[in-house]
Design a protein around this ligand. Structure first.
Ligand SMILES: Nc1ncnc2c1ncn2[C@@H]1O[C@H](COP(=O)(O)OP(=O)(O)OP(=O)(O)O)[C@@H](O)[C@H]1O
Ligand SMILES: [Mg+2]
Length: 549
């Protein structure tokens, strides 16, 4: 029986430079990483005549054959288990001409030298300390080097100018020796601008940043539902199972160690919030923290006053919470589906906004995710009724129907026995039981008082409001106001339009007038309040004008 055996085909060498994305940043990372692995503390970069020279003060290269050994590394064993070198980094410079000098040896790799042709190791007439790389490239400007050097732990200079050098984590970081890393949770405002720069340019929403020995990898991670937390992870020299995906090394391998890392991040997030002393986590996260042995305080009471969200404009009539009014005296809407009508939310809101009560009545909206916290347990509003007087006029308007009725009273029954009832000038019609399943249009009820007491946009809110696929907000609002004015005129009666339009054309008469008489021969006589009188004659007909010429 035949056997097969894994081998590496020599053709891979000719494609080795394509193991990299080909960015300048990528080359900087690889070269700085090699210097750091060689124990360098300083790296000097200079740009001259289209060539870049990188000198490090590391321990130098013992075995030049390692340089071109694709997949092989010459680093010590400890580094093998902590950093997982892949033996490909230098190939990011292929197929450029690169001269490497170290101790008293030097090589120049170019052309076929990158793909298998033997390259001669020469004696260096001017031996250097550490390692020097000299190759053709676009200038390694500070603007790109800084970002890749800031957290590498070495002092890097470009053309003699020092690049910024910062610790990736503060001493508040928690060590996780079993994962070979340290973890620190920070809020956006506590991130260094360099951390933010490292996260930028990666996928939107990435909020975890790993410094894999200077190589930055970001991912998105939300172990708890608190926005604005960022996770910084710095690899130590301990052995780790956390691995970068090869060849590009731009993300982490989703292995067991990665899962363990995510668990560690969850724990750290809870510890961070415990230490901060306040949070807005959903109740389930609060229970989860307790399961992990972390006792958090209850979430800060999180609610909005009134029941109609302030999301889409225009705003509804505002519900005001008196100053220092305790949340415990507020009400929530019982949202059990068998209880409510869709309009209950709006009616309870309108009742609170417009009704008059001996004791304040303040309904609040609390997201169900907070159910479980003591502050979220409030008396609830169950049954809601609207008693409606005689219909005076109704008409389709905007995206619903508006009806003017002689009177309106909203009544709400609360679980603590309180019955809240008050006349109001606007309510949403409640679907008659036999039509409950087919009731779709918004049916808004107003009393004549609404014309004076409500702003047009407070009615507009309930009739569909602004449509973001239509005209600008201002022009839609203007159109709605016009429609509403016609509606109010229709409420008065069919002649009201005519009366209003005659009166509006008289508004231009100055000084103040007492009476205006218009006869069918088009003569207008104005009597002013000061007793004066003026007659406005129509112009003579065009034919008689030409006859006098
Ligand atoms: N600046 C340096 N100082 C000392 N030795 C170096 C330096 N740069 C490269 N070497 C040697 O060359 C070898 C090949 O480097 P290369 O970057 O290709 O691979 P690697 O660092 O081992 O792995 P990786 O793929 O993770 O970069 C290294 O293993 C090391 O022995
Ligand atoms: Mg390397």
């Amino acid at each position: 029986m035949g056997t097969i055996q894994a081998t590496v085909n020599i053709r891979l060498l000719s494609k080795a430079n394509r193991l990299f994305t080909g960015t300048l940043g990528g080359r900087i990372v690889e070269v700085l990483q090699n210097a750091r692995r060689a124990g360098a503390t300083e790296v000097a970069i200079t740009n001259k005549d289209g060539y870049v020279t990188v000198c490090d003060n590391g321990r130098g290269i013992d075995d030049f054959s390692r340089l071109l050994d694709l997949g092989g590394s010459g680093w010590e064993d400890a580094l093998e288990s902590s950093e997982d070198p892949a033996g490909v980094g230098l190939f990011c410079l292929a197929p450029r001409k690169v001269t490497i000098r170290s101790s008293s040896k030097m090589v120049t790799i170019e052309g076929d030298g990158w793909t298998g042709l033997p390259v001669t190791i020469l004696d260096d007439p001017e031996p250097v300390l550490g390692t020097v790389l000299h190759f053709e490239d676009e200038p390694w400007e500070s603007s790109v080097v800084d970002l890749n050097a800031v957290f590498c732990g070495m002092q890097v200079t470009v053309g003699g100018q020092a690049c910024p050098k910062l610790p990736f984590l503060s001493d508040r970081a928690t060590p996780y020796p079993e994962l070979g890393c340290r973890i620190e949770v920070r809020e956006s405002q506590d991130l260094d601008p360099w951390h933010s720069s490292c996260m930028r340019g990666r996928r939107y929403g990435d909020n975890a940043l790993v410094s894999f020995h200077g190589q930055m990898v970001a991912f998105d991670c939300h172990p708890v539902s608190e926005h604005g937390l960022h996770y910084l992870i710095d690899m130590t020299d301990e052995p780790t199972g956390i691995r970068l995906m090869l060849p590009a090394r731009t993300c982490l391998v989703e292995n067991e160690a990665f899962e363990a890392l995510k668990q560690a991040l969850e724990l750290e997030a809870f510890r961070y919030l415990q230490h901060r002393g306040h949070h807005r986590l959903p109740y389930k996260d609060y229970l989860r923290a307790r399961e992990l042995g972390i006792d958090l305080p209850e979430a800060e009471p999180t609610y909005t006053v009134g029941l109609l969200g302030h999301s889409d404009p225009p705003d509804p009539v505002e519900v005001v919470m008196p100053k220092d009014f305790p949340l415990a005296k507020c009400y929530r809407l019982d949202s059990s589906p068998e209880l409510g009508d869709e309009s209950d939310e709006a009616n309870v809101h309108l009742l609170a906004a417009m009704g008059t009560f001996e004791e304040p009545f303040v309904p609040v909206n609390i997201y169900p995710r907070y159910d479980g916290y003591s502050w979220a347990k409030l008396p609830t509003i169950g049954k809601v009724e609207v008693s409606v007087g005689e219909t005076l006029y109704k008409s389709y308007m905007w995206s619903g129907e508006l009806a003017c009725v002689s009177s309106l009273t909203i009544t709400a029954h609360a679980s603590d026995g309180r019955v809240l009832s008050s006349p109001v000038c606007m309510a949403m019609a409640i679907a008659p039981p036999e039509q409950a399943s087919t009731w779709v249009a918004d049916q808004v009820l107003v009393t004549p008082k609404a014309e004076e007491h409500l702003a047009p946009w407070e009615i507009w809110h309930h009739l569909g409001g602004w449509n973001d696929e239509g005209d600008t907000y201002e022009s839609q609002e203007f159109d709605f106001e016009q429609e509403l004015n016609r509606f109010w005129a229709d409420v008065v009666g069919p002649d009201e339009h005519l009366r209003q339009s005659i009166l509006s054309s008289l508004a231009a008469i100055k000084p103040e007038w007492k009476s205006v008489t218009i006869s069918s021969d088009a003569t207008v006589t104005v009597q002013y309040t000061d007793g004066a009188e003026k007659t406005l004659e129509p112009p003579p007909p065009a034919s008689s004008a030409s006859a006098t010429e």
